[in-house]
Design a protein around this ligand. Structure first.
Ligand code: ACM
Ligand code: ZN
Length: 528
């Protein structure tokens, strides 16, 4: 049976079970790969047991905690590898013979007397729990105990795995600080939609991470002043930073939810907070040094000097601390929008070009990035950078984050580089719903045309990005478009169906309401 007929048969059975009043029709987002609704329901009650093994204990605790508040049930968590015959139970099991489901796939079987989750990894078990969460009534998202709800899920068989391994979201405290609590809340919602990469843009006109060796970096007084032009575009600008303890806490919180955090330390451009604190790391003729009154975001955005070895010493020291805080194998080094002309006018940068036999400033940028890559490789980490790191030659092991034309992504992937797709016209959430409609998000195809066959595997996935806006504007800009991106990243390409998605999303509004997300009532879905 094809995915389409499976989905269709699920829909038909769903209608008949609805008619019997037994359980709501599933509206899971992202759409599972294969789903068959069956007769009957399973109901969670105060005596329901969650059965785990040592390797699924964490997921069991997460599930019990997630359900405890809305249901008011104190679920019994029992460790047992012999869970075969239990009833009124949810069994979470890692099984090697499901390896065909890959590192994040799972099988979920809900029958009348128990729920069985089997997956080859803990991540797969976790995602099965997220599906189970979405099969429960929307009140499961409530932050308060609820009354009068029967915690019923339909009997169902689901086999599911993601299309792409990178299902990311970029948040940007490097321009507009986002609190620790806010960031955790977004990690929670990402997990609900099976998104697994939080790209944390930490530095730019803010420097949002404590670095012990350079305490001056978090001296907010020295950061780029906020201009009226900035305020007109983005509204409020919040300034602040995470202590290293905050970072550890958020990274651990994300890891429990199978979200990897990729920190971005921008270089060589977009580094105005750092250069405000340490102006000696900019090119020596940087005119703004002598005209503090003219410092603003747009003309203060110079680069680290690529001809000054102190720049590399500084960045290596910073990255050494960053490595200790983030287990991610990839670190983002930015690389976008170097300010043109500054290196051209700098005697130190020009001397470097000559000494290294480089042709121009693009090759100087490539030298810069390769030098940082070499340092990070020596510490066991790889780099990811924005499109412009292709200029002057891509560093040998670099992953590309493609925000400009997809042609760069194609060239990089065809050369064997991994690529994350964030094509700005399709993925920049700071564009409003007129410029980037929900349907445009939903119809985004991350794998660009023009790849040689063996390069398709290098398109790791997609990542919507939200630049600049203050925290209180995030919900309306991110949701429900994130739900669309979640489905693009996870579900099989031929299961994507805009009308079907809209129907499921409409029902999802209730869940977002319960979570307290102030989502945009997109007119294509929430018509009057
Ligand atoms: C970017 O939008 N400058 C990556
Ligand atoms: Zn210079």
């Amino acid at each position: 049976m094809t995915i389409r007929t499976l989905v269709l048969s699920a829909f038909v059975v769903g209608v008949s079970t609805m008619a019997s009043g037994a359980a709501p029709k599933p509206t899971v987002i992202p759409q599972p790969e294969k789903m068959e609704l069956r007769e009957g329901t399973f109901t969670f009650g105060p005596k329901t047991t969650i059965v785990v093994a040592a390797d699924t204990c964490r997921e069991g605790e997460y599930l019990a905690k997630m359900l405890a508040t809305p249901t008011g049930f104190d679920f019994d968590l029992r460790e047992s590898s012999q869970s075969g015959g239990c009833t009124d139970c949810v069994i979470l099991r890692i099984v090697a013979d499901k390896s065909h489901l890959g590192p994040e796939g799972y099988e979920l079987t809900v029958s009348k007397d128990r729920v069985l989750v089997e997956a080859p990894t803990a991540a797969g078990v976790f995602y099965a729990c997220q599906t189970l969460r979405q099969l429960l009534p929307a009140a499961v998202e409530s932050e308060c105990p609820t009354v009068g709800i029967v915690w019923t899920v339909p009997c169902v068989w689901i086999e599911d795995k993601p299309r792409y391994s990178w299902r990311g979201l970029m948040l940007d405290p490097g321009h507009n600080f986002l609190t620790k609590e806010f960031t955790k809340r977004y990690i929670d919602v990402m997990a609900c939609y099976k998104m697994n990469r939080l790209h944390w843009h930490l530095t730019d006109m803010n420097w949002a991470i404590e670095i012990k060796k350079y305490p001056e970096l978090t001296n907010i007084e020295k950061w780029t002043p906020i201009t009226n032009r900035w305020r007109r575009t983005y509204g409020k600008c919040n300034r602040g930073f995470y202590t290293q303890n905050d970072v550890r806490e958020i990274v651990a919180y994300a890891a429990k939810r199978h979200v990897v955090i990729i920190p971005e330390i921008e270089m060589p451009g977009h580094s105005s907070a750092a250069l405000g604190c340490y102006p000696e790391l900019a090119c020596p003729n940087w005119e703004m040094k002598t005209k503090p009154a003219k410092r603003n975001y747009w003309n203060y955005r110079t680069n680290y000097c690529a001809g000054n070895d102190k720049t590399f010493e500084f960045l290596e020291n910073v990255l050494s601390e960053v490595i200790e805080l983030f287990p991610s194998p990839l670190l983002h080094i930015g690389g976008d929008e170097r300010r043109g002309g500054d290196w051209k006018r700098c005697p130190l940068c020009q001397a470097r070009i000559k000494a290294e036999g480089l042709k121009n400033e693009d090759e100087l940028q490539s030298y810069f990035v390769k030098r940082i890559e070499k340092f990070l490789l020596s510490r066991g980490r790889r780099i990811i950078g924005w499109t412009e790191i292709v200029e002057g030659g891509l560093a040998p092991g670099a992953t590309l984050q493609s925000w400009l034309k997809p042609e760069h992504a194609v060239t990089a992937a065809n050369q064997g580089h991994d690529v994350v797709m964030s094509t700005h016209g399709n993925c920049y959430l700071n564009y409003d719903g007129g410029r980037l409609s929900l349907e445009k998000c939903y119809s985004f195809e991350p794998t660009p045309p023009g790849l040689i066959p063996e390069a398709a595997k290098h398109i790791l996935g997609l990542e919507p990005c939200l630049w600049g806006f203050p925290q209180h504007r995030h919900d309306e800009l991110v949701f429900p478009r994130l739900c669309a991106f979640a489905e693009v990243g996870w579900s099989p390409k031929d299961a994507r169906d805009w009308n079907n998605f809209k129907t499921r999303l409409k029902a999802h509004g209730r869940r977002l309401d319960e979570i307290g997300i102030n989502y945009r009532r997109d007119p294509t879905v929430w018509t009057k």
